[in-house]
Design a protein around this ligand. Structure first.
Ligand code: FMN
Length: 419
């Protein structure tokens, strides 16, 4: 695996959530708590940023985060992942992006935009382009996913350029950089997966060619944003699927991204088919892993051996004790998502008091298969409440969340099809 596979001897890891961290590009995270990306679905019907987004990000900025990562922003308006995603293709919404950046940075910490292309993980009601490395459908019983069209080589090059264009625009608008969404079964992760990427050309056929799409996007984006902005990547430890992207393949991607000038690597896992990112694989974890809360910490420890890139772990962390424990084990940044939907000021309290624990409880419907989507919708409803200037509502039930989301997204899909 090259010379970087030799364990790296570093200065003793920090043990304090309050410590700043300066990345290789020169941007400083004001502390070790980062808000991980959460799709807000608060764009306008024309996929522009809105005052609701500004209000939400100002609230989170007041909460004491060291870094904010926006929810996924799409690079192609024909291929959105969810209704009301923000899309950045050109300068048409430049002023709105600048206001969003301003709001997100109002607490004095940096903010970056997560860029994404959903590939096959979207629905015909909202996307006219449903593409993938190969024509392999998302397999979830009872869902309306369709067979995607396999991309041509020329289209692949165009998508790489789209990521670079969007990155240049959002950084010019004031964001401190971008994160590429290489996790959770979206297009970059589809290229990495041997079961979805069945190509046998320069974009598939073996692990090196499967990771070329990710590497080329990182290279194009770095060129577009220059050396002084954050280039981060979110990557799966594994897809948790037979025949999917494995831990060993992920380590090889991490090693190469580190050599390619990536500033920060966020580790997650899973896809729509296996939603490990929100804890669906938790029951198969060892007792000691559960005590450490984080879903992907063991993999992160392996990753630490192949790269010097700062690592961020996201998924499951709820207490200051476990977060500080992860820092002590060599993790550089703690990612938090669902907890700040209920408690936007949690970061400040975690830093001030090492006994702090999030009040968030797992969202349960009584139907196991519905728990992951209910959990996502529950959080999404809370962040939309904050966008509307309200407080989160702790008593919202999983079933209420499902009801709200179906009513809302169903309606949006119909509206969008007509417009
Ligand atoms: C409502 C919602 C939307 C999400 N949207 C995104 C997204 O746009 N991009 C992404 O990388 N992860 C997304 N995630 C996953 C989170 O970033 C995170 O990986 C996951 O929630 C686990 O972290 P947690 O246990 O702190 O919530 C989303 C999660 C939630 C709850």
């Amino acid at each position: 695996m090259g010379e970087n596979s030799v364990p790296v001897i570093e200065a003793p890891p920090t043990a304090s959530l309050a410590d700043p961290l300066t990345l290789a590009c020169g941007v400083t995270l004001t502390n070790r708590l980062a808000k991980s990306a959460m799709s807000e679905q608060l764009g306008s019907r024309a996929n522009a940023p809105t005052p609701e987004l500004n209000r939400l990000y100002r609230r989170w900025a007041d909460g004491g985060l060291g870094l904010q990562i926006t929810g996924n922003v799409m690079v192609d308006r024909r291929a959105v992942g969810e209704p009301l995603n923000v899309v950045v293709e050109d300068d048409r919404d430049f002023d709105g992006l600048a206001q969003w950046a301003d709001a997100a940075k109002s607490g004095g910490s940096p903010a970056i935009v997560q860029l994404n292309h959903p590939g096959r993980q979207t629905l015909p009601a909202i996307a006219s382009e449903i593409v993938a490395p190969s024509a392999v459908r998302v397999k979830i019983p009872g869902t309306p996913f369709v067979k995607p069209r396999a991309l041509t080589g020329e289209e692949i090059e165009t998508i790489i350029q789209r990521f670079a264009t969007s990155a240049e625009i959002v950084t010019r608008a004031g964001f401190d950089g971008v994160q590429l969404h290489g996790a959770h079964g979206y297009l970059i992760s589809q290229f990495l997966s041997p079961s979805v990427n069945q190509r046998d050309d320069e974009w598939g056929g073996d692990p090196e060619r499967r990771r070329r799409f990710a590497i080329e996007i990182a290279r194009a984006v770095r060129e577009a944003i220059g050396p002084e902005r954050i280039l981060a990547v979110k990557l799966n430890s594994t897809d948790f699927q037979r025949g999917g992207f494995t831990e060993d393949e992920s380590l090889a991607v991490i090693e190469q991204l580190g050599e390619g000038g990536v500033d920060l690597l966020e580790i997650s896992g899973g896809t729509y088919e296996r939603p490990a990112m929100v804890g669906s694989q938790r029951s198969s974890q060892s007792e000691s892993s559960r005590a450490r809360e984080a879903y992907f910490l063991e993999f992160a420890e392996r990753a630490k051996l192949v790269t010097r890139m700062p690592l961020m772990v996201t998924g499951g962390l709820r207490s200051a004790t476990a977060m500080t424990g992860a820092l002590r084990e060599g993790i550089d940044v703690i990612g938090i998502a669902r907890p700040v939907c209920l408690e936007p000021d949690l970061p400040k309290r975690l830093i001030a008091n090492d006994g702090t624990v999030s009040k968030l409880k797992p969202i349960r419907t009584g139907v196991k298969r519905l728990d992951p989507p209910a959990d996502l919708w529950w959080s999404n409803i809370q962040l939309r409440r904050m966008g509307a200037g309200k407080n989160p509502r702790r008593t919202l039930s999983g079933w209420e969340a499902i009801g709200h989301a179906l009513a809302r997204d169903g309606l949006n899909s119909v509206r969008r099809k007509r417009s």
